[in-house]
Design a protein around this ligand. Structure first.
Ligand SMILES: C[S@@+](CC[C@H](N)C(=O)[O-])C[C@H]1O[C@@H](n2cnc3c(N)ncnc32)[C@H](O)[C@@H]1O
Length: 470
């Protein structure tokens, strides 16, 4: 194979690759060709292929593992192919990535890793693609993972590029993480964070407070009073038996919703609003808490399909939760002074959830941050407008990037000078949590709470509480 060539579907006399690898490969292709999300696509592809549980687990490991470390595998492939990956047929490149992952990060036997990936390249690009893939993967298999890392280390142009290749993170992302950790005096935790991002998170569940019990056999999570894990068991029967009152939910998301519902005792008759609610995980927690405290809850989500998910998410809570489908900025500003508590779980880069969105780190661009920060600032401002005197906004992002967290809040505090105060979100979480949480005071002295995958086992949620003056 020499340089890029049009994708061909060859009819080959050779055996097709094994089904789990096929499913993993199809997932990589859809992620790269159609901007699909692996976490949505893969379960459907597994179902369509009718994979047995062991094969489903293999397909998941191969697809997620390959996508997570794509940047590092691309550097290896470029070195072995002696050409930039931009000059490799994308369909063959995905077969090479899958092969590199098996050779460098799994115990799959070398010959199987090479042969299966060559079969995929043949199916996608004929004999030329297969020959090229065979040559490149044989070169990759000649050196150990340690030798490849040493070679990439030597090629790196900076310490950060080296760190990025070692831990499979783009340099701009790891620099943003370092700045966010340094803001709480913990820059030395960077490698632990990068490492945590490369591991699949345990499935964490929530038994909605007051509506469901944590199963006796479950292991409780460290912080959320209603979080638990099943220790590898299938969550579906437990979810089905609880009629909507038990769901899969990251512990950080549980804590973010609790930070708003438990920051002050709830007065009966309070009005709450969840402004960016889709798909409704936090809405369900707020609904359970509102029900217990005698408050009412409204939700808003501008994307109709996601608004439908919000309606489904609160179906298990015996509280009427009207869901509007508007831009949150107009939704909040048309109700000035109406709400006692507003959750702004803002659209964000999602850099705090890289564990569960394997392709995200390579898809996001630094330029995404500024556009999102502008929207986040407008949503926060609108939410503050919607507050009744003494009301509270929880501003939450699933990103620790300071431009989406501290900077957005600092801008709002300036714009609302003297009319809002920041509450101590860390103290609120300490009060709500089952065990003490390691939440250092940020160097800017703010009340923001920042959760982390490596420290708390949750997504990296940032939580700020702002109170409008009475
Ligand atoms: C981080 S997600 C919210 C997650 C949700 N709170 C949960 O726990 O399931 C952000 C949501 O904001 C929505 N969104 C995007 N632009 C918006 C806007 N201008 N106003 C309100 N919501 C918006 C997105 O569609 C997305 O569903």
């Amino acid at each position: 194979m020499s340089g890029p060539h049009p994708r061909r579907r060859a009819r080959s006399p050779h055996t097709r690759a094994q089904p789990a690898r096929h499913v993993a490969y199809e997932t990589l292709r859809a992620v790269h060709e159609s901007d699909a999300y692996a976490n949505l696509l893969l379960p459907r592809a597994i179902g369509r292929a009718g994979l047995a549980p062991a094969d489903a687990a293999l397909a998941t490991e191969l697809a997620y593992g390959t996508l997570r470390k794509q940047g590092t595998y691309d550097a290896v492939i470029a070195a072995a192919a002696e050409r930039s990956v931009d000059r490799i047929d994308p369909a063959v490149l995905d077969a090479l990535r899958l092969g590199a992952h098996q050779l460098l990060s799994t115990r799959v036997a070398s010959h199987a890793a090479v042969n299966e990936s060559v079969a995929l390249a043949r199916e996608a690009a004929g004999a030329g693609g297969a020959g090229f893939a065979n040559a490149v993967l044989r070169r990759v298999s000649r050196d150990t993972p340690g030798e490849w890392m040493a070679r990439l280390d030597a090629q790196a142009r900076s310490d950060d590029e080296r760190l990025g290749l070692r831990h499979a993170h783009p340099v701009w992302v790891l620099r943003a993480f370092r700045r966010a950790l340094a803001a709480e005096g913990r820059a030395d935790e960077l490698e632990a964070l990068l490492d945590a991002d490369n591991r699949s998170p345990a499935v964490t569940m929530a038994a909605l407070p007051g509506l469901a019990r944590i199963p006796d056999a479950a292991e409780r999570t460290a912080y959320s009073p209603f979080g638990f894990r099943l220790g590898g068991g299938d969550p579906e029967p437990v979810i089905a038996a609880a009629a909507g009152a038990v769901r899969v939910q990251d512990e950080g998301s549980q804590l973010a919703a609790l930070a708003l519902s438990r920051c002050l005792p709830v007065r009966a008759g309070e009005r709450w609003l969840d402004l960016c609610a889709g798909p409704g995980g936090k809405t369900a927690v707020l609904a359970a808490e509102a029900l217990a405290g005698g408050a009412s809850l409204e939700a808003n989500e501008p994307v109709p399909a996601r608004a439908a998910l919000v309606r489904g998410s609160v179906a298990g809570v015996p509280l009427d939760v009207p869901v509007t489908e508007e831009d949150g900025r107009s939704r909040a500003t048309r109700s000035p002074g109406r709400y006692d508590r507003v959750l702004v779980d803002a659209p964000c880069t999602g850099l705090g959830a890289l564990r569960r969105r394997p392709e995200a780190r390579w898809r996001k661009q630094p330029s995404d941050v500024a556009a999102l920060a502008a929207l986040q600032g407008e949503l926060l401002d609108a939410a503050l407008t919607a507050l009744a005197p003494g009301g509270i906004v929880a501003y939450v992002t699933c990103s620790p990037h300071l431009a989406e967290t501290a900077a957005v809040v600092a801008d709002a505090a300036r714009a609302w000078d003297g009319r809002v105060q920041e509450l101590d979100a860390r103290a609120v979480l300490h009060g709500a949590a089952r065990h003490p949480i390691d939440l250092p005071t940020p160097r800017d002295g703010s009340g923001r709470a920042q959760l982390w995958p490596h420290r708390h086992g949750s997504d990296a949620m940032s939580i700020t509480l702002l109170r409008r003056d009475p």
